[in-house]
Design a protein around this ligand. Structure first.
Ligand code: SAM
Length: 391
């Protein structure tokens, strides 16, 4: 019980990680470089954002004219509804406004709208934002926010980490374009992977697989090692870092169309920088898939025309012009690619052979190779095939 409370408290805190301005700028710039008109005439909704200090709001408001937006809508979640209650203080901007209401500010979400030059200075920017309290608390699942979602062309945010699955389902059901931050592990979710496989969703252009630094509420407890890592990256104070965040999007970008430069199978076996491959006679063949095991993305052989199992980090380099995604070892039931299902007795036997004690090796949960006479499970693998294998 104490442990699950701790986990719950950690998840609640992770819901209050705030995205850095330059991370947003880098990512959005990649979409504009690919298509300068990608945001032109569009209504963009930024839900799950506290517009007074969200860098998403700041970035899109400041660049409203340059991007050619039609309308920007930004909403926030009421302080009392947040799982993590610490660190909340209404800003001076709000407190000094005649609309300010000490009760409402805790119980209601807020909405900021930008669609015309209110100040009359000839530009539409941060100075023209108009705000009011929402009727409800700003929950993205509420009818009030759902209506805003339906009005928008695109939805962009870093949603609460603990509600990522629900948030994605909420986007997909509305069939909207989006750019959101999530955790790399989400790739393997059964709700997410089929969308990636069918090229309806992909990873963003920047930051994937690198440390991303987030702001945290004042005084929030974060792991000291993460705080120090953030500090080493130049963020001192109320910051932390996550090593496995990434962008998920439906907007196209140039990186998706850069093929990976690869060596042939023979060259890899001769010259690979990976000791696991260099000098071997061949790539391992799975015992339970008609596919070869490729333990590193840069070791994908350019000339192999069968199915290959590659690490999920491959998706950061994936170009749909170069490869087809066939499935994933762990989601084998979705794609029926497995050629063998092990019995419980075989799983137990494999465990005993490997660890010399009793137990069960869940061989059916992944790709399996024969190594040194033993059945070995490999890490999570995406199964891919070259569109056009080349020498
Ligand atoms: C990971 S933070 C990111 C905040 C902001 N988008 C950013 O990137 O700086 C997620 C935000 O969503 C809010 N939130 C949590 N549950 C929510 C819900 N059900 N509906 C709307 N927002 C929610 C949290 O309070 C938090 O402010």
């Amino acid at each position: 019980m104490a442990n699950s409370n701790l986990t719950e408290a950690k998840r609640a805190k992770n819901d209050e990680f705030y995205t850095q301005y330059h991370d947003i700028e880098k990512e959005i710039t990649a979409y504009i470089e690919y298509n300068p008109d990608v945001f032109r005439g569009k209504t963009v909704l930024l839900p799950c954002d506290d517009p007074e200090w969200s860098n998403f709001t700041r970035f899109f408001a400041q660049n409203f004219d340059r991007l050619g937006l039609k309308k920007l809508i930004s909403t926030s979640y009421a302080a009392n509804s947040k799982k993590y209650k610490g660190g909340y203080q209404p800003s001076l901007f709000e407190v000094n406004d005649p609309q300010y209401d000490a009760y409402k500010t805790k119980k209601h979400g807020k909405i900021f709208i930008l669609d015309h030059d209110k100040s009359g200075d000839g530009h539409i920017d941060v100075d023209d934002l108009e705000w009011h309290y929402l009727d409800g608390d700003g929950d993205f699942k509420s009818d009030e926010i759902r209506k805003l979602r339906d009005e928008a062309d695109m939805i962009i945010t870093n949603p609460p980490f603990s509600l990522f699955r629900e948030f994605l389902a909420w986007l997909i059901e509305a069939d909207k374009q989006f750019v959101i931050i999530g955790n790399m592990n989400a790739i393997t979710y059964k709700e997410v992977f089929p969308l990636i496989k069918d090229n309806k969703l992909w990873l963003g252009a920047t930051g994937n697989g690198n440390d991303m630094v987030f702001g945290v509420p004042k005084g929030a407890e974060v792991a000291e090692s993460d705080r120090q890592k953030a500090a080493r990256m130049g963020y001192v104070g109320d910051f932390t870092r996550l090593g496995n965040s990434c962008w998920f999007t439906t907007l196209d970008h140039g990186k998706r169309h850069h093929p990976i430069v690869l060596m042939s199978m023979e060259e890899n076996l001769k010259y690979s920088k990976h000791k696991e491959l260099k000098g071997k006679e061949s790539y391992d063949q799975y015992d339970n898939y008609d596919a070869i095991e490729v333990p590193f993305t840069d070791a994908i052989p350019s000339d192999y025309d069968g199915v290959m199992g590659v690490p999920i980090s491959f998706l950061d380099k994936y170009s749909p012009d170069q490869f087809d995604i066939m499935g994933m070892c762990e989601n084998e039931d979705l794609y029926k690619l497995k050629t063998k299902v092990y019995t419980t007795a075989e799983c137990k036997q494999a465990y005993f052979a490997k660890f010399e004690k009793k137990g069960t090796y869940d061989l059916n949960a992944s790709g399996v190779v024969f190594r040194g006479g033993l059945l070995e499970k490999v890490y999570q693998r995406v199964l891919i095939k070259h569109k056009r294998p080349t020498k």
